[in-house]
Ligand binder design. Structure first.
Ligand code: RVP
Length: 495
């Protein structure tokens, strides 16, 4: 006879946190949101820690190189989507690892034989007013000069005028040598009152621009997450089919952490993938696995070698796995059980395996609830899809700006590798939808507001770290009537 669990599958919206004593020391600027990303032994520190407890979802519509750069600059990690060719995914990883904060590879370059007309057209196309002039018109050619909007007058100068007649030539440029630090570049910018500084190599080949405004931005990123070489940390999604080719390519490209991407990860295919990675690369390559929704799934993947475990089946905003396959569990119920299993495993073995709550965060307050229920960090798709940095189009629909957002299990993504079922034919049904989400602006601005709310809630609970929150939070179940009480009620709200 089937086993019937005497439980109700619960979601985040069914819970609230009860405030604890807030001492005068307990203020948002003192709250630390540092959290482990990979497993560690008692008394040691994890090899990778996040500065904010967020990772972006392994999805075409969320995590490309642009999102990865933006999120790492703000303290989290993106898992670049794996539903693309191995070469394309490795190239995205390379772009993130080669990104040097403040050192910008120019996308607006011309030769000195081009004309003012070309300059105006390139500026309109790229939005960049500083153009590098190189011998072959590429971003790696020999630097011959630069053109900025101070070098020409659109209304007066002939548009046929050659670039060489009005550019600032190399002989008059202040340049920096490749290998200089951002601080050194910035000192030159200040000393010579520049807006941009070209960086060249020993053969005078153009490599980067450093802009005055970017240095200021860089100083504004106190949470930036970098590796030992000061390169941004980046993750990559993998599957249980082509891992023998994909994993070495991603490792070669510099991925700091991998994660097997599947809606149901309690499988022998995940075990084989984990064992292969650990046998081939030892502990050098970190890899998360999932998704699971119970203690058994958690222990199975931990014993197979996973460095973190992802929790959640069917809770994602674009996910219809529960409707399609009839599998899943309320996200809060799943998380609470897996968190208990993680703590017990830690007590028994001295090994702490972080867990990630994946999907179903619909409100900012759900984030702090998930952390209080035991999540070490959260994976989110919808949240990040709304920002400028997500890879999708921004459109005007019914007078409102929206961004596109589609599931990895949708027909649009065609990511059939997510099914951990070997090379079985016929597993080509949809378990995700194609949708819009309201456009919300930049990642940095939105994250600042979200983190402010989380820190404020943590202070209300009298806690200054995620660990303290987990240990001390008091969580209550709410009735549907008290949910009504929680919003504005019995008043006429002014427009
Ligand atoms: P959300 O943040 O609620 O948008 O959920 C994102 C999560 O949904 C992903 O991290 C993944 O686990 C899951 N997902 C992605 N695609 C699909 C699908 O097509 N069913 N589900």
């Amino acid at each position: 006879m089937a086993k019937y669990l005497n439980e109700t599958s619960r979601t985040f919206s069914e819970f609230l946190l009860i405030p604890g004593l807030t001492t005068k020391d307990c203020v948002p600027p003192k709250v630390s949101l540092k959290t482990p990303l990979t497993k560690y032994a008692k008394g040691q520190t994890p090899d990778i820690e996040l500065n904010v407890p967020f990772v972006s979802a392994i999805m075409q519509s969320v995590s490309n190189d642009g999102m990865a750069i933006a999120l790492a600059k703000n303290g989290g990690v993106s898992f670049v989507f794996g539903s693309q060719t191995i070469q394309d995914q490795a190239e995205m990883i390379r772009k993130v690892k080669n990104h040097k904060s403040g050192f910008v590879i120019s996308t607006a370059n011309l030769t000195q034989e081009h004309t003012l007309r070309d300059v105006i057209a390139l500026k309109a196309k790229t939005g960049h007013s500083t153009i590098a002039i190189t011998d072959d018109g590429t971003a790696e050619g020999k630097l011959l000069g630069i053109v900025t909007s101070r070098d020409y007058r659109v209304g007066t100068d002939s548009h046929d005028k050659k670039v060489k007649e009005f550019m600032t030539p190399f002989s008059k440029l202040v340049t920096a040598q490749l290998g200089c630090t951002l601080k050194e570049a910035n000192d030159l910018i200040w000393e010579h009152k520049l807006n941009s500084l070209p960086v060249i190599d020993e053969e005078a080949r153009f490599r980067f621009f450093v802009f005055r405004k970017d240095y200021d931005n860089h100083k504004d990123n106190p949470y930036e997450l970098t590796d030992k070489q000061k390169k941004l940390v980046v993750g990559a999604g993998i599957n249980t089919r082509d891992y023998k080719e994909r994993v070495p390519a991603l490792v070669e490209a510099g991925a700091d952490i991998l994660c097997i991407d599947s809606s149901d990860g309690f499988s022998e295919w995940q075990r084989d993938t984990l064992q292969y990675i650990k046998q081939e690369f030892g502990d050098k390559v970190k890899v998360g696995a999932g998704n699971v929704v119970d203690k058994e799934g958690f222990l199975y993947l931990v014993e197979s070698g996973a460095d973190f475990i992802k929790v959640g089946v069917g809770g994602g905003s674009i996910c219809i796995t529960r409707e399609t396959k009839g599998i899943g569990r309320g996200q809060a119920t799943a998380l609470i059980e897996v968190a208990e299993a993680r703590d017990k495993y830690f007590e028994e073995t001295g090994i702490y395996v972080p867990i990630c709550s994946d999907g179903g965060i619909a409100q900012d307050y759900h984030m702090v609830l998930a952390l209080a229920m035991g999540a070490d960090f959260l994976m989110m798709g919808r949240y990040f899809a709304r920002f400028d940095e997500s890879p999708t189009r921004k459109l005007l629909v019914n007078g409102n700006y929206v961004k596109e957002y589609w599931g990895e299990g949708s027909n649009r993504a065609r990511n059939w590798e997510r099914y951990d079922m070997g090379d079985t034919d016929g597993l080509k049904f949809e378990e995700g939808v194609d949708s819009y989400v309201p456009y919300a602006g930049t990642l940095k601005d939105n994250l600042a507001i979200t983190l402010g709310k989380i820190k404020s809630t943590m202070c209300s609970c009298g806690t200054l770290s995620i660990k303290e929150l987990k240990d001390n939070a008091r969580i209550t179940l709410v009735s549907s009537v008290s949910i009504v009480e929680g919003g504005a009620h019995d008043v006429i709200v002014k427009e």
